[in-house]
Write a protein that binds this ligand. Structure first.
Ligand SMILES: *[C@@H]1O[C@H](CO)[C@@H](O)[C@H](O)[C@H]1NC(C)=O
Ligand SMILES: [Zn+2]
Length: 298
């Protein structure tokens, strides 16, 4: 009887995971998302507050705004395979990150690297409500600074849903800061760092993508219903309508025939491989400046 109920629970977990799997993208594990209702509410708030501020923020674009950055290495051991990434990989990641934001007025400055041995956090931290997720405890212990501070957590995604879905990373949006300051930041897989083992996502672009979310960007493809060709779903005018995420690095892709422009396969906010990604558009740069000004005060 006991064995049977365990089996039933196990089967129902499996079928839940299975149905999530079919509704999730097959091979790029970005876990950053927002429900349509939340998105509508936040975007209405943003539209009301950005008037004047975006212009002001852009006018001063020449002056570099430094974002203090804390890099929290969460490891299961002092081996590299336990997530103990060397300072050299972190330095390369910071350089790659700053190169990607060259057209913005923001620059990320590493103020401190912390190293914490905690096998449980390393293996289970995630933003899935799967009963073993430990990100709340991890962030409560390690997070530093305020809305203007970037907190990065490198972990393993070894157990639970994060491992099952092969998660690469996830971040929080600027407009979530007021509701959940303790949750703010980016959690990602340590082997994504430049020189890491997580090919083809080991050139540093996943962190750039997550920082894009942290600065207020959505994905370039339609999120609220794949294939819908809603060109304004990312609230940015110069990214063409794109029905589906891009995987790998095709020469060209057009998932919305009849709409102007090709898919943004080289944009940091698509799902293409790291070597394929190389730009933010001027519209995205403007949205980031406005989101940062309104919700992070910088
Ligand atoms: C910076 O802007 C130039 C000119 O618009 C563009 O060609 C380049 O791709 C941009 N770089 C990035 C990293 O977004
Ligand atoms: Zn994403």
């Amino acid at each position: 009887m006991i064995a049977l109920s365990v089996l039933v629970v196990a089967l129902s977990i499996l079928s839940t995971l299975g149905s999530q799997l079919t509704s999730r993208s097959p091979s790029y594990g970005c876990g950053t998302g927002i429900s349509p209702a939340h998105k509508d509410a936040f975007e209405a708030d943003f539209a009301a507050r950005r008037t004047g501020l975006a212009v002001k923020n852009l006018k001063h674009a020449a002056a570099t705004k430094f974002i203090p950055t804390y890099f929290h290495v969460v490891r299961s051991s002092t081996e590299l395979s336990g997530g103990n990434v060397p300072d050299s990989q972190i330095a390369t990641q910071m350089a790659v990150l700053n190169a990607a934001f060259v057209n913005t007025s923001y620059s990320f400055q590493l103020v401190e690297t912390t190293r914490t041995t905690n096998k449980h956090w390393f293996e289970t931290a995630s933003n899935y409500d799967d009963g073993i997720d430990s990100q709340t405890a991890m962030k409560a212990a390690l997070r530093r600074g305020d809305a203007k501070t970037l907190n990065l957590y490198s972990v393993g995604f070894i157990q639970g849903s994060a491992a099952f879905f092969d998660l690469l990373g996830y971040g929080t949006f600027p407009f979530h800061y007021n509701d959940a300051p303790e949750d703010d930041g980016i959690v990602f897989k340590y082997s994504n760092l430049p020189g890491g083992t997580n090919e083809p996502y080991n050139l540093g672009a996943n962190l750039i993508h997550e920082v894009g979310h942290w600065m207020g960007l959505y994905h370039v493809f339609s999120e609220g219903g794949r294939g819908t060709c809603d060109g304004s779903s990312d609230l940015v005018d110069d990214t063409p309508a794109q029905g589906y995420p891009t995987y790998g690095c095709p020469e060209r892709s057009k998932t919305c025939p009849g709409f102007p422009g090709d898919d943004s396969i080289h944009n940091f906010m698509d799902y293409s491989t790291d070597d394929c990604k190389n730009n933010f558009t001027p519209g995205q740069v403007e949205r980031m400046a406005a989101q940062m000004g309104v919700y992070r005060g910088i």
